[in-house]
Write a protein that binds this ligand. Structure first.
Ligand SMILES: Nc1nc2c(c(=O)[nH]1)N[C@H]1C(S)=C(S)[C@@H](COP(=O)(O)O)O[C@H]1N2
Ligand SMILES: [Mo]
Length: 220
């Protein structure tokens, strides 16, 4: 490899190297054996239930925007075309809903949250993320969890465009947390210097929501 090729990719890899050196997004999680795949208190479903506040917004691609703001070097207001021009990834993951259903092996395509973070460059003080959606829903999570390897801003499910009832045209999927953290119809990602409660978190749900530790309610 020449010095030239090192410098051309440096813009994209700088933040990754910095995060790696800080150990910033290392959550210490390891892959689990198949027998230990279902978190405590969960049961398996084959269908995919729809859960939301009841209003499923119609978001036209022409007017769709994804804002990334707050503790970032390069805030964004991405059009659909700009979003689809970002590196596209594919992930397969399990869903764990706090209402006790889990669904295995969901195939998602979209933009890995890490690739979006490479674009915006989080500032050192950013520790948490607040997500806001087109239906007014909000939810919060630590930046390290938002940046997890499996986390994706999904535009397809099982090879088909994400349907409106499941959050189309784009939703977040953070599979290692309860599914209420996976905002449907996502419109805004704000990086914060501390934690703040979103909709369900203000209504008694856990600030983190780790299914493996059964963090359903704020006192769990
Ligand atoms: N914008 C938005 N996102 C949301 C919700 C919501 O009401 N509005 N509900 C959350 C909850 S509680 C769950 S369990 C999942 C359900 O996603 P699904 O309907 O695709 O199964 O979406 C989450 N994301
Ligand atoms: Mo939920």
């Amino acid at each position: 490899m020449t010095d030239d090729s090192l410098s051309t990719d440096s813009k994209l890899t700088t933040s990754k190297r910095r995060w790696a050196s800080e150990g910033r997004f290392l959550t210490g999680r390891i892959s689990r054996p198949e027998t230990d795949r279902l978190p405590p208190g969960q049961h398996l479903v084959k269908n995919w239930p729809v859960l939301d506040l009841g209003e499923q917004p119609i978001v036209e691609l022409e007017s769709w925007r994804l804002q990334v703001v707050g503790g970032v070097e390069h805030s964004q207001s991405l059009t659909w075309a700009a979003f689809m021009a970002l590196a596209q990834s594919s992930k397969i993951s399990d869903i764990h809903c706090v209402t006790t259903w889990s669904r295995y092996d969901n195939k998602w395509e979209g933009v890995a949250t890490r690739d979006l973070l490479d674009l915006v460059q989080p500032r050192p003080e950013a520790t948490h993320v607040m997500l806001t959606s087109y239906d007014g829903y909000t939810t919060n999570l630590p930046l390290a969890d938002f940046a997890a390897e499996e986390a994706i801003l999904a535009t397809t499910w099982e090879g088909q465009p994400l349907t409106r009832d499941h959050g189309g045209p784009m939703r977040l999927v953070v599979p290692h947390l309860y599914f209420w953290k996976s905002a449907k119809w996502l419109s805004r990602i704000e990086l914060l210097a501390g934690d703040a409660a979103g909709f369900w978190e203000k209504n008694g749900y856990h600030m983190l929501g780790d299914p493996w530790r059964e963090q359903r309610y704020s006192d769990d």
